[in-house]
Design a protein around this ligand. Structure first.
Ligand SMILES: Cc1cc2nc3c(=O)[nH]c(=O)nc-3n(C[C@H](O)[C@H](O)[C@H](O)COP(=O)(O)OP(=O)(O)OC[C@H]3O[C@@H](n4cnc5c(N)ncnc54)[C@H](O)[C@@H]3O)c2cc1C
Length: 322
């Protein structure tokens, strides 16, 4: 870290953090990005639905972003932030101390936290190893790539029928594995039948793999149902430790009667309940995609810059009067 104190320290250098860094550096703010280098979509081969960069590998998109932000003077360092705390005092003295796990510390007038989320996967043997390859969650990220292929949907909660009906848009060969999910209602069975979605009873025991390809779903009964992709409902848990160290609490996110994860609430600009602290991307909006996370980073950056302009003006007026 080249300085002791920055206008803004950004914790997390994914799409949201780098987009914020670009906008703040272009606004002539001193910016430090501290990034642990584990973006959520790292297991995926390509980023889809990012206009202008469709089908770019995730690492390549971030490398472009880092180059763009650094080109305007943003400093980007590797590291994992352990905690942040408010420094005592008002006005000029107001700000935060950020401490990394390896003991480095730096001060910031404002904080932008873009630490993303963790996908907690159903505990089926062999499933985590294929996450982002053939074990999928998001049809907009992967649907086109598995179009017309045999797709399985693993039920672990009440959203499974909704998922099966959604993925049916990409393939007419969809099987819903009831596994540990609830029994569908009569109305849902009718919908599944009308859309030609097969339903398989019984617990799933594992995944069949041949030549490093997922080939089927193995049931506890020993039966194997050939499939080429398996859709799961991950639990989306905000990576909120840094925000929690500032006194913020994650709240549960519900969808369709199910808790799908937890997030840190913000206002539409990304401002949290702690003055001076903003958040953007998946840590605050669990369903945000890459382009949405980047847009949220920009929105938060412009709000942070506006807040700093207000403070700079207040300090200038006080100095002038003195
Ligand atoms: C398998 C998979 C495939 C996907 N495919 C697509 C797709 O094709 N298109 C699409 O639009 N979306 C896709 N997504 C969603 C996409 O990953 C997210 O929308 C996006 O990553 C959110 O960006 P973010 O900046 O909020 O978080 P992230 O990209 O996760 O970045 C957060 C960064 O913060 C860092 N970090 C975390 N904690 C700390 C800390 N304490 N200190 C320092 N750094 C920290 C992390 O290491 C990481 O680098 C996919 C998701 C998955 C799981």
């Amino acid at each position: 870290m080249e300085q002791q104190r920055y206008d803004v320290v950004i914790v997390g250098g994914g799409a949201a953090g780098l987009s914020g860094a670009l906008a703040l550096a272009r606004a002539r703010r001193s910016v430090l990005v501290i990034d642990a280098g584990e973006p959520r979509n790292a297991p995926a081969s390509h980023v889809h639905n990012y206009l202008g960069r469709e089908s770019t590998p995730p690492g390549e998109l971030l490398a472009i972003g880092r180059g763009e932000a650094a080109g305007y003077g943003a400093e980007i360092v590797e590291g994992r932030v352990a905690s942040a705390e408010r420094l005592p005092g008002d006005g000029e003295e107001r700000g935060f101390r950020v401490v990394t796990e390896d003991g480095r510390s730096v001060e910031a007038r404002r904080l932008l936290v873009t630490t993303g989320l963790v996908d907690e996967l159903p505990p089926v043997p062999g499933l985590a190893e294929r996450w982002g390859r053939e074990v999928l969650h998001c049809p907009y990220c992967h649907g086109h790539e598995v179009a017309d292929r045999p797709i399985g949907v693993l039920a672990t909660g009440p959203l499974a029928v909704h998922q099966a009906l959604m993925w049916r848009q990409w393939s007419d060969d969809v099987t819903l594995f009831l596994h540990t999910g609830p029994e569908p209602t009569e109305e849902e069975y009718e919908q599944l039948a009308a859309r030609g979605v097969a339903v398989v009873d019984g617990e799933v025991a594992g995944l069949e793999v041949a030549d490093d390809r997922f080939t089927g779903v193995k049931l506890a009964s020993g039966r194997v149902v050939p499939r080429e992709a398996l859709v799961v409902q991950a639990r989306f848990t905000a990576r909120s430790a840094v925000l929690e160290s500032l006194g913020l609490e994650p709240v549960a996110q519900e969808m369709g009667g199910a808790v799908i994860g937890s997030y840190i609430p913000t206002d539409p600009t990304g401002a949290t309940e702690v003055p001076g602290v903003w958040a953007a991307g998946n840590v605050t909006r669990l369903t945000e995609q890459v382009i949405g996370a980047a847009a949220a980073g920009l929105m938060a950056a412009s709000a942070v810059n506006g807040d700093l302009i207000t403070e700079d003006t207040r300090l200038a007026v006080a100095a002038r009067r003195a």
